[in-house]
Design a protein around this ligand. Structure first.
Ligand code: NYM
Ligand code: MG
Length: 211
């Protein structure tokens, strides 16, 4: 890769079972096939010590206060920042399942204050683009294994969706909304067009931080 060209940070966001992981994989395969140095990642990163606690919490094996789990999700992003930054600066495009916006959306849906929830995310790398797979939660409950993890409940997901909608309006300069109910192939085709543009444009821009 050209040493002066950085990779793009692209984030997928949306409710549980909206198809993020599939779209992330298809985008990874497309970009890689086109010769773009690309890496896939996701939050929570359940492989770290903090991620292990988060995993127990999500599987209902451990109780933690809403504030504590919120800060652990954020710390789990912070512990990965240096390595993600290094990859981006080395020219690798990073496509990531979930980010700070999930952190805020799920905690605000429980009743925590929006600004309090956003505060620990300030200073994290700013995505070049957020691809929001917008779904009607009612459609998602029929997808495989729904309801197994904490948060996979219809009323709760509706609230989460409203917070994502709020971000997509507020941060419309870098949020791109896609209808999650479309077919996988159709969604992928639409995402691919935007992603290729973002990768090209980001190469010349400095990395930003969430403010
Ligand atoms: N989640 C994810 C949060 O509550 N806060 C966060 O900061 C992040 C990154 O974890 N229901 C929730 C959303 C999901 C759950 O994620 C696990 P996934 O992508 O379903 O494995
Ligand atoms: Mg999930």
């Amino acid at each position: 890769m050209n040493a002066n060209k950085r990779g793009a940070l692209i984030v997928f966001e949306g409710c549980d079972r909206c198809g993020k992981t599939t779209q992330n994989r298809q985008l990874f395969e497309l970009l890689t096939g086109k010769g773009v140095d690309t890496m896939q990642t996701n939050f929570p990163d359940r492989s770290t010590a903090i991620g292990n606690v988060i995993n127990h919490y999500l599987q209902n094996n451990q109780e933690l206060s809403d504030e504590v789990i919120h800060l652990l999700f954020s710390a789990n992003r912070w512990e990965r920042m240096n390595s993600i930054k290094k990859d981006l600066l080395a020219g690798t495009t990073v496509i990531c399942d979930r980010y700070a916006y999930s952190g805020v959306a799920y905690s605000v849906a429980k009743g925590l204050d929006f600004n309090w929830c956003w505060a620990p995310e300030i200073g994290l790398l700013k995505p070049d683009a957020v691809f929001y797979l917008k779904a009607t939660p009612d459609e998602l409950t029929t997808r495989g294994n729904y309801g197994e993890e904490r948060y996979e409940k219809l009323d709760f997901q509706r609230k989460v969706g409203q917070i994502f909608d709020r971000f997509s309006e507020k941060d419309s300069s870098y949020w791109h909304t896609f209808e999650a109910s479309k077919s996988q192939q159709e969604l992928h085709a639409q995402i691919a067009i935007v992603a290729e543009k973002i990768v090209m444009q980001s190469a010349e821009k400095p990395l930003g931080k969430l403010a």
